[in-house]
Design a protein around this ligand. Structure first.
Ligand SMILES: [Zn+2]
Length: 127
């Protein structure tokens, strides 16, 4: 089929941009933003119907590399940092002698004074 609608990630992104700009222009009553959103929208539709498949897929590839991948990478790094913070090997888990509440204390700190957040019991613990 020649005029097959093939909308890729970049096309979807453009459509969303068009919708977002139209919404913003609706609330700000900006004719500039409205036209801008419309232009993006038209461009997205033009891209979808355009037969230049190679150029389209190249654009889509560039869009992914420049915008999607860095975002994905940032998410990945954020997750990595979060797991680093929660590394259990830096902490020791002890139970409160009064109520049995599980507590986390930093390791290799010698004797630490611990206050149970549940019952308020204060006690010394070796880490
Ligand atoms: Zn307790």
């Amino acid at each position: 089929m020649k005029n097959k609608l093939n909308i890729d990630e970049f096309g979807i992104f453009l459509v969303w941009m068009g919708i977002i700009f139209s919404l913003i222009s609706y609330f700000t009553k900006s004719t500039f933003l409205n036209s801008f959103g419309f232009v993006i929208f038209v461009f997205a539709i033009y891209r979808s119907f355009s037969g230049q498949k190679e150029r389209r897929s190249l654009e889509n590839k560039q869009f992914k590399e420049k915008l999607v991948d860095p975002i994905k990478q940032a998410f990945k790094n954020g997750k990595k940092d979060a797991t680093k913070l929660n590394r259990s090997k830096d902490y020791k888990y002890i139970a409160c002698p009064n109520c049995g509440q599980k507590l986390r204390i930093p390791k290799k700190k010698g004797n630490v004074k611990v206050k149970c957040p549940k019952c308020g019991e204060k006690f010394d613990a070796r880490s």
